[in-house]
Design a protein around this ligand. Structure first.
Ligand SMILES: C[S@@+](CC[C@H](N)C(=O)[O-])C[C@H]1O[C@@H](n2cnc3c(N)ncnc32)[C@H](O)[C@@H]1O
Length: 271
């Protein structure tokens, strides 16, 4: 069992589910509305321990999950929501050893998810046009993984003007005008590879798909969205939650063909 240690980032969860991120440090105290927690009461204890503030409030101490890491940070760009990340990884078939090109890096949330899925044998090359965003993503990834892994290349650049990377298995786009990156994606992808775009608006979806059809060399165009509705299951109360994470973005996928053709089966639900 790996006990909680000084230097680690943990989350303290209170009775209404509020999460407080805490970096453990010997001798420190964390101050909350509901009282003080001594870090020394957590260091050396097992993850999942419930501690009590001096005012008697119970707090659960756990290491943050991937979703909590992604959503809990102060950030400048809009990260992809955890509900979409899983669907994107499976939808784009991100697998161990895959060579993935990404743009834009933003907060690094998708970058981190990609790194997990490709594993140490894979490669992630991520382009970001804003230097300040790239630096912030660099810091966030370093904070999460301890260092920038050797299979990640963070590049300052505008993907719309083209990229030098070739023979990529996947191209992942999350930027305002993904259609402007279709030329770069076409050059970068190997035949059979997959291009993905995250589009908050349906007008972006339409332009992206129109562009894929125009430039040719892509097939199996597919769009879906993920709606997440939680449920309350407590005592006799068994009902959907009042709030749901509904629209965030449309997830668009297409496969790179070996030749400059189009291939679009008529049926729905081929996935
Ligand atoms: C919505 S954010 C991406 C969020 C990211 N997927 C995440 O999970 O944090 C869009 C990012 O694309 C960057 N961007 C916009 N146009 C770009 C371009 N032409 N080339 C590279 N990056 C670009 C923006 O600066 C911004 O950081």
């Amino acid at each position: 069992m790996r006990l909680l240690a000084a230097g680690e980032l943990i989350v303290l969860i209170d009775k209404v589910g509020r999460r407080h991120r805490v970096r453990l440090k010997a001798g420190e105290r964390h101050s909350l509305h509901s009282g003080l927690i001594e870090h020394d009461a957590l260091i050396g204890r097992p993850e999942g321990i419930i501690v009590t503030t001096q005012m008697g409030a119970r707090m659960l101490a756990v290491r943050p999950t991937f979703a909590e890491q992604v959503t809990g940070r102060v950030r400048q760009a809009q990260p992809i929501y955890p509900k979409d990340l899983g669907a994107i990884l499976v939808g784009a078939d991100i697998h161990p050893g895959a060579r993935v090109l990404e743009a834009g890096t933003g907060t690094g949330a998708l970058t981190l998810a990609l790194l997990r899925a490709v594993g140490p044998a894979g490669l992630v090359v991520s382009y970001e046009q804003r230097e300040d965003f790239l630096e912030a993503a660099n810091r966030a990834i370093t904070e999460t993984l301890g260092a920038i892994p050797s299979n990640l290349e963070l590049k300052l650049g505008d993907i719309y003007t083209g990229v030098e990377d070739t023979d990529m298995d996947r191209v992942m786009l999350d930027l305002p005008e993904p259609w402007q990156a279709v030329g770069a994606a076409k050059m970068a992808l190997r035949p059979g590879g997959i291009v993905f775009a995250h589009c908050p608006n349906v007008s972006q979806v339409q332009r992206f798909l129109d562009c894929l059809r125009e430039v040719r060399g892509f097939g199996m165009l597919e769009v879906f969205e993920v709606l997440q509705r939680g449920w309350t299951v407590r005592g006799r109360s068994m009902r959907p939650s009042h709030r749901m994470v509904a629209h965030t973005g449309f997830l668009c996928f297409a496969r790179r063909l070996a030749e400059d053709e189009l291939f679009e089966p008529e049926g729905e639900g081929f996935r």
